[in-house]
Write a protein that binds this ligand. Structure first.
Ligand SMILES: Cc1cc2nc3c(=O)[nH]c(=O)nc-3n(C[C@H](O)[C@H](O)[C@H](O)COP(=O)(O)OP(=O)(O)OC[C@H]3O[C@@H](n4cnc5c(N)ncnc54)[C@H](O)[C@@H]3O)c2cc1C
Length: 402
């Protein structure tokens, strides 16, 4: 990351420049058309059956949704993080689960792009970016989530291979993936450097010892429920190490810094969908001979929901723009993640209140949005972990923490 770090105490106006190109707007319209015409009709079925529509995932690949920010030479669309959040918002407006299938692949393709060797990029990044191979990122374990340095999956060197043993849990796309990014301990914890000694490995479906375990049913993102992965003497060639030996946590954290911006876009899309549902209902439903929207109590809610959507979108675009500028975007992406995911929750709840019994009906999409908002508040670092991250960055700026 280059450029002058963004400062909380002496901000620069240019830190807040956001510019969306005509090309990006055209891309938004293309994704919106796909979302409205092809995804919207099956959203409820995906949620109800808890089953992803893999035919539509292939359509998303044709639209280039898996490689948006990568250069064309690596199978990408030559866009940037801003193009990706624009597309993610349009998809999440109808199905956060569908956007999670796509989004989780970036937790593998982004580290490959930023830290992989040229050979790894050609072999693994290109097919993921083209949407030919689904990918899964395996860090979380039954015993640890937020504290990534506490993982216990081990990788022991035997000749020119590493033998991986352990168990991962809550892995999105684990049951669909052909390419896996696995984090395992290759060295002991060091005094004062507890993040050292963990390494990132690429593994492929079909390798002996790589087993998909049980699915964990969670309240949201139905259609893309996470699964366990069990490694039983999984042998991975040394050439499949991504980045430096023992420096996997740095790779993971950089990947989450980018990924959080995508989660913010999911939150924005969900918050927008809840607002639209409340507006539709309150302009059609009459009580006591008046449309619901004529009551000030409803108007205030709609105004607050509108403010929440715009705040979420602006912060998401801001964080995505800072990644492109090569600016310090860690704090921005945490701020955007908290704001946008909590906007989704707040708007779903308000829409529910406005829509009365229809709001709490499982036929209404706001019930799904409320469930989905709980997941996006949790994954890629809970919102409380984001609060810790923001504070850590502010402390660094103030020189009270290194
Ligand atoms: C649907 C879903 C999909 C997921 N997909 C993936 C995936 O693809 N790959 C993957 O590796 N992981 C995945 N995860 C895991 C996810 O990233 C973790 O659940 C998340 O990081 C939180 O970890 P945890 O659940 O272990 O909570 P814990 O770390 O046990 O935390 C529990 C609570 O304590 C709080 N807490 C923890 N530490 C502190 C602290 N220092 N100060 C204050 N509060 C603290 C947290 O905010 C949280 O509220 C997924 C999870 C879900 C639910």
């Amino acid at each position: 990351m280059g450029g002058r770090p963004m400062s909380t105490l002496s901000p620069t106006s240019s830190d807040y420049n956001i510019s969306v190109t005509e090309e990006q707007e055209a891309f938004r319209l293309a994704v919106r058309e796909f979302a409205e015409k092809e995804l919207a009709p099956v959203t409820q079925k995906i949620d109800r059956d808890n089953q992803m529509d893999m035919r539509l995932v292939k359509r998303a690949a044709e639209l280039g949704l898996f490689g948006v920010p990568f250069p064309e030479e690596y199978g990408g669309g030559g866009g940037d993080d801003l193009s990706l959040v624009i597309a993610t918002e349009e998809i999440a407006r109808f199905s956060a689960a569908f956007s999670a299938v796509v989004g989780a692949t970036y937790l593998v393709s982004t580290p490959l792009f930023l830290f992989g060797t040229e050979e790894q990029k050609r072999k693994y990044l290109v097919p993921i970016a083209k949407g030919e191979r689904i990918a899964a990122h395996a860090m979380t374990e039954p015993g640890t989530g937020s504290d990534v340095a506490a993982i216990s999956t081990s990788a022991k060197k035997v000749g020119d291979k590493y033998v991986i043993n352990g168990k991962k849990m809550f892995i999105t796309n684990g049951d669909k993936a052909e390419t896996f990014l696995i984090f395992a301990r290759t060295g002991p914890k060091e005094e004062g450097k507890r993040h050292h000694g963990i390494t990132a490995f690429i593994a492929e479906k079909g390798m002996p010892g790589l087993n998909v375990g049980q699915r964990t049913d969670v309240i949201g993102l139905r259609g893309d429920q996470p699964v366990e992965l069990v490694f039983d003497n999984l042998e991975v060639p040394e050439a499949n190490i991504v980045g430096e030996l023992g420096r996997g946590v740095r790779i993971a954290l950089t990947c989450y810094d980018h990924g959080r911006v995508g989660v913010s876009a999911q939150g924005t899309g969900l918050a927008q969908a809840a607002l639209e549902a409340a507006l539709n209902y309150s302009t059609q439903r009459q009580t006591f001979d008046n449309y619901l929207l004529s009551y000030q109590q409803v108007q205030f809610k709609i105004a607050e929901m509108t403010a929440a959507v715009h705040t979420a979108r602006l912060l998401t675009y801001w964080a995505a723009t800072l990644t492109k500028k090569g600016k310090d975007f860690i704090k921005a992406s945490s701020i955007a993640k908290i704001t946008a995911t909590e906007a989704a929750e707040k708007n779903a709840h308000m829409a529910m209140l406005i829509m009365g019994a229809y709001g709490v009906s499982t036929d209404s999409q706001v019930e799904r949005i409320l469930r989905d908002s709980q997941i996006i508040k949790t994954y890629e670092g809970t919102n409380d972990i984001q609060r810790l991250t923001i504070m850590k960055e502010v402390a660094k700026e103030m020189g009270v923490l290194q």
